[in-house]
Design a protein around this ligand. Structure first.
Ligand code: SF4
Ligand code: SF4
Length: 339
């Protein structure tokens, strides 16, 4: 059985169980941020602006395991900062894999190749490498020349050692659809195990505020980028539920599920979501119980949510929708390589 299929089945079982238990709000992906430090300073980043004393801190492996057990999500995404700068990242990953969590270690790739010996290939571990486009575009997005080449070499090295590797791409305003299409072709040739795409979120504190997409722009741009894929002319391997892609191009109208991807960091459980920072709670239950969820999401009228179409808010909605009897065939078909 393919790993993507195994993950879909386990996540599907989890969703069914939550429903049978009558839970209305439950997480799907834990966004675990074990540190905020990074060896890059991308202009669109909303994570590295924390004060120095916060940037110095690391979550301990025990704190990471406690957070994973407390929230119970079947998937744990480890963004940052740059997680490979964490001195105990191998211990953290090993412990999460032992708990049968599907771990996505998100990295800019700079330290990946030299870190590979710290990890064991596993169906539960995926390196998710940040690549925003082909060489020139990516190096411009991360504001440093040579990063694309290092990341691509690291992907090749990781694949050669038997690791599962996906990519994550943020699409900003001004992205050239034809260039993006060539980039997806390139990732296919590279033999990656799936691509994730998302529009950038306009963090208030990101240095570059000019290149974030508005909602209608997002739909138009993704419609153009994905048109050969939707028409069946390209077989790009996306690591998304197909319904999320329908949402990005405007064929589906979803509301956000902010509790679907809760974020835990050195500051605690972030309210209300991975993107907005409106305070922290000590426990996941406090986050669920004390947050006024009506204040968030597109229909809430909250201006901070108006243009957001980011996967951490909307992929959980697509995942719930995929469980509807009318959509199950489509979701399984996508896993089998059909559209
Ligand atoms: S690589 Fe990621 S965490 Fe580091 S600066 Fe860039 S966007 Fe931020
Ligand atoms: S719409 Fe976006 S910013 Fe608002 S709560 Fe959802 S994920 Fe967060």
């Amino acid at each position: 059985m393919g790993i993507q299929m195994q993950q879909a089945i386990e996540v599907g079982k989890y969703l069914v169980t939550q429903r049978l238990m009558g839970r209305k709000k439950f997480p799907l992906v834990l966004m675990l941020e074990p540190l905020f430090r990074c060896n890059l300073a991308c202009p669109g980043c909303g994570k590295i602006q924390h004060p120095k004393e916060i940037l110095k801190q690391n979550l301990t492996p025990e704190e990471c395991f406690k957070a994973a057990e407390e929230c119970g999500a079947p998937v744990v995404s480890i963004p940052g900062g740059e997680p490979l700068m964490h001195p105990q990242i191998d211990e953290i990953v090993k412990g999460l894999v032992a708990r049968r969590k599907f771990v996505y270690l998100c990295t800019n790739g700079l330290l990946l190749e030299k870190s590979l010996d710290k990890f064991q290939p596993s169906p539960y571990l995926t390196f998710s490498v940040h690549l925003d486009g082909l060489k020139e575009h990516h190096d411009q997005c991360v504001d440093r020349k040579g990063v694309f080449e290092i990341a691509v070499n690291a992907i090749r090295a990781a694949k050669a050692k038997g690791f599962r590797v996906t990519t994550n791409t943020t699409v900003f305003e001004g992205a050239n659809p034809q260039e993006m299409q060539k980039f997806f072709d390139f990732l296919g040739e590279l033999g990656t195990d799936g691509m994730m795409i998302s529009p950038g979120y306009s963090y208030e504190w990101a240095p570059d505020q000019e290149h974030f997409l508005k909602r209608e722009q997002t739909k138009a741009l993704f419609r153009e980028i994905l048109s050969p894929y939707k028409a069946g002319r390209k077989k790009w391997n996306f690591n998304h539920n197909p319904l999320f892609l329908d949402f990005l191009i405007g064929d589906k109208d979803y509301e956000c599920t902010p509790w679907g991807s809760p974020s835990y960091s050195v500051l605690g459980w972030q309210k209300p979501c991975y993107l907005l920072n409106e305070g922290h709670y000590e426990t996941f239950q406090e986050l669920l119980d004390n947050t006024n969820w009506d204040n968030y999401g597109r229909k809430s009228g909250n201006p901070k949510c108006a243009d957001c179409m980011v996967h951490c808010g909307y992929e959980p909605t697509a995942a719930m929708d995929a469980m509807e009897p009318s959509n199950i065939g489509r979701s399984v078909g996508a896993l089998l390589g059909m559209r």
